[in-house]
Ligand binder design. Sequence first.
Ligand SMILES: Nc1nc2c(c(=O)[nH]1)N[C@H]1C(S)=C(S)[C@@H](COP(=O)(O)OP(=O)(O)OC[C@H]3O[C@@H](n4cnc5c(=O)[nH]c(N)nc54)[C@H](O)[C@@H]3O)O[C@H]1N2
Ligand SMILES: Nc1nc2c(c(=O)[nH]1)N[C@H]1C(S)=C(S)[C@@H](COP(=O)(O)OP(=O)(O)OC[C@H]3O[C@@H](n4cnc5c(=O)[nH]c(N)nc54)[C@H](O)[C@@H]3O)O[C@H]1N2
Ligand SMILES: [Mo]
Length: 710
Amino acid sequence: MSELEQLVHAKIPGPETGIEVRHTMCDICTPGPQCGVDAYIKDGVVIKVEGTAGFPTNNGALCTKGAANRQYIYRKDRIRTPMRRTGPRGSGKFESISWDEAVAAVAMGLNGVKARHGAEAVAFMTGYPKWYRPFLHRLAYSFGSPNYLTESSTCHRSEVMSWQLTYGSEMRPDVLGMPEVLVGWACNPLVSAYPMGRNYYQYKEKGGRVVIIDPRRTPTAVQCADLYIRPRVGTDGYLANTVARLIIENGWADMDFIQKHVHGFAAYRDMVMGYTVEEAVRITGVPEGEIRELAQLIGTAKTAIIQPSNGLSHHANGLPSHRAVICLNALTGNVNKPGTIVPTFETFADMAAGFRTREDEFVEERFPRNARPKIGSARFPLWSEMLPEAQGMDLVRQWEKGEPYPIRAIYAHGVNNRMYLESSRLLEMAADLDFVAATDLFWTDFCRYADIVMPACTSFERSEVKCYGGGFVNYTSPAIAPLYESLDDVEIMSRVASALALDDPLLCSGYDTCVKHMFRDVDVDLDAVKAGGVPLKIPCPKTPDYFSAPLDTPSGKIELYSERIAKYEHSHGLNPLPVFVDGYDSPENGELPMTLITGGRIPNAVHSRLHDVPWLRSLRPDPAADLNPEDAKRMEIGQGDEIYLTTRVGRIKVKANVSAISAPGEVNMYHGYSEANVNQIIPRDHLDPYSGFPGFKQVRCRVEKAEVRK
Ligand SMILES: Nc1nc2c(c(=O)[nH]1)N[C@H]1C(S)=C(S)[C@@H](COP(=O)(O)OP(=O)(O)OC[C@H]3O[C@@H](n4cnc5c(=O)[nH]c(N)nc54)[C@H](O)[C@@H]3O)O[C@H]1N2
Ligand SMILES: Nc1nc2c(c(=O)[nH]1)N[C@H]1C(S)=C(S)[C@@H](COP(=O)(O)OP(=O)(O)OC[C@H]3O[C@@H](n4cnc5c(=O)[nH]c(N)nc54)[C@H](O)[C@@H]3O)O[C@H]1N2
Ligand SMILES: [Mo]
């Protein structure tokens, strides 16, 4: 090898090798980290990735998923050109067309449905991608449809609702403020949220005390917990209310705080007095000693954090359970002080950075005031009142029934039907509609049902403004040109908006103009940030103290008894108090004796996106369900055996992973696999009546061996 060949082989940047390093960003996972990436480029191709040194979230590091960015970007099933369907829906028969033809066909399809059925008959949908949300939202509104619906119908918004109902604001845990005890209630940040995971480590290193409450023995439970409590899945509401009773009975409640800042204490106290330790042991399976220890730890600590997660709200009893847990912070006065929960608010594109933009106004100023009510309004009125979004879990029902009005078209970016319960029903819906447009990176099942398919590009191929905690603003530039004929999503939306002839010049003006419009009050020069290529820290204005004005709840106080929920007590049976209710999808059933938990996070997957990335797939080659060794032994199931998971609506075949991560009687399956899609077997009526959220994590099921090995 010549010296030059050696340098190229070693991927050394420089003029002689023609290798250049450009800053970009990984958007494979949750918006929180979205780490800085240094992309090594040769001849327009990414040949290597590294974490960007000094970047606020990752400071040079990359996780398993981020390190596989090259294989993600260059996945073989990237959509290459705009396509028009030529065969029946689902057949996969398409022809390549130009962008002009695609955009014109989309405009004709959508405007046709609008003329026949009204603008509301078009649902504007997105899955997990967040970066283009305000643009899609505004597009829906400018078109005249209130039916903007997103993956928020299943993700984190139920948690936010619960915080807002109770505290008037979303709250975050100030872990590095060093509470005396940190209760991670359904928290597994070592896998699901690395920055929070780092905080847990730092807290432990400084002598902090961690309690983890999780039915699954997670890496966080194993590595961080001083006390690990394992309730039966979905029973947290009972556990939390029993802990509340013990705290009150032992005189550990912070009565001064309650008198000053809490609404509904008497009703709450009367409610929790109905919860007994004996019943708690029976229902939750947690030993009495642990329940009492938990109450004492929370009740007697000078400062404590009780931190919930989405693991609590992905249940049919999710919102009341989540509320039962977070009420413990207020009961003990652990609010708005260092080492407790403190208020937070979103800055831009789902990120809290400590300053405000005009993102909400950008969307709301186009709200179609005369439109018929959005999807889910009648069934989930609390959700509908609190969120400027339709509840996507009611979409298929409304299409089926045509009530209160028909849904006849979908305009989708990043929608994967595997997010939806009984997922194939969404494909059947798509097959029946008058028009479907789908934009994605990859050929998904959903794309195969669309009339027009459009190729989007990844974060490496586009420019994007992104904010980070601590007042950071970044504005990336493309590290490589968009692959094939792909375009970034917002460019596609701007072209569609123009073709639809909407009276919205701002939206049609494109990403950069719109973002600057939303950031017009923020003291930052976005062009300078873009030229710098790395995040810039800007000063954050001081926000008023949380208690300096009435809180944003009907009573102006922290509401243990929620006046907002009370409005729907009689019409929808919602309880203003955080009572425990059963979270199963059906009454006890001898034929389905086990409980299916789904969607725990694993380090090598994000929903449906990474199961087809070879490096990441190699870490967990087969869809496999975690089965406790006792259960496996009883059913004579060995490691790697094929098993069926059966619920009342279907079954899937997976491999058995015999592991103590699952408790006896509970089987855990990860979601997002095409060949073993667990959401196909979760009943689509298994929803939380408060939020509309799916009961992903508590479904009756049966486990049986698929075949006997000869
Ligand atoms: N059983 C079970 N199911 C769950 C969960 C669970 O815990 N259990 N969790 C739920 C949660 S919290 C969430 S957030 C949802 C997520 O569910 P989904 O929204 O389905 O998430 P993804 O599969 O990540 O992404 C959806 C689509 O976006 C595409 N995509 C990625 N980037 C881009 C882009 O830049 N532009 C465009 N146009 N498309 C892009 C991907 O290729 C994919 O097809 O799943 C939910 N589903
Ligand atoms: N690697 C990876 N990271 C991710 C994602 C991913 O797909 N892959 N997805 C991202 C997204 S979109 C989201 S919304 C977040 C979600 O991340 P989190 O908010 O952390 O939620 P989960 O990981 O779904 O659940 C957390 C824990 O709750 C536990 N749990 C489930 N049911 C119960 C219960 O009834 N009681 C108790 N006490 N615990 C319970 C689960 O076992 C799990 O360990 O993760 C994000 N991070
Ligand atoms: Mo999510």
